[in-house]
Design a protein around this ligand. Structure first.
Ligand code: SLL
Length: 154
């Protein structure tokens, strides 16, 4: 577990949510009657690049109104699809590959169901997708040698 001194390695990723209102003529049969939207929260590589060489698994902590609100996703695609009626903050916890010796890191992201601009009624009629997506980089400061080799393809 020797660390490579003086080295910082960044790895980019993309995370966020996408939501779309139900088609009133064709609601998902399993959705509770108060639900209005289908949504997804995800973590992925830029341009869908494979990030599983450094990211082992991802835990998504949903609002407590959800059954089994803690969802652990053990392999790509790192995403959870759900239905619901309300917006809330999702805790997204990154677990790195065991060789990394890195502690998990958590970020937060707000699930967006409604557009920032424009007419919500119009959006319901159009059933347009609302997405809230961010770019971020994880910093590995002085990675252990085994992880350094994985990160740099050595
Ligand atoms: C709000 N603070 O009041 C937020 C909470 C909770 C969203 C939103 C469905 C959960 C279920 C759901 O959409 N919860 O399956 O019952 O707006």
């Amino acid at each position: 577990t020797k660390r490579v001194r003086g080295v910082q390695i960044y790895r980019p990723f993309v995370y966020g949510t996408e939501a779309i209102p139900f088609d009133p003529e064709n609601r998902p049969k399993d959705a509770p009657p108060d639900h209005t939207h289908k949504w997804k929260v995800f973590v992925r590589g830029v341009n869908n690049e494979d990030i599983s060489y450094w990211l082992k698994k991802v835990q998504f902590k949903l609002h407590d109104t959800y059954a089994n609100s803690v969802r652990m996703i053990e392999s790509p695609p790192f995403e959870v699809e759900e239905t619901g009626w309300g917006e809330f903050e999702i805790a997204i916890k990154f677990y790195f590959v065991p060789e990394s010796n890195e502690k998990p890191q958590q970020i937060w992201h707000g699930l967006k169901l409604h557009p920032y601009h424009g007419d919500i009624e119009q959006q319901k009629r159009d059933r347009s997708m609302v997405s809230s997506v961010c770019y971020e980089e994880v910093l590995f400061n002085e990675p252990v040698e085994a992880f350094y080799d994985i990160l740099t393809g050595g």
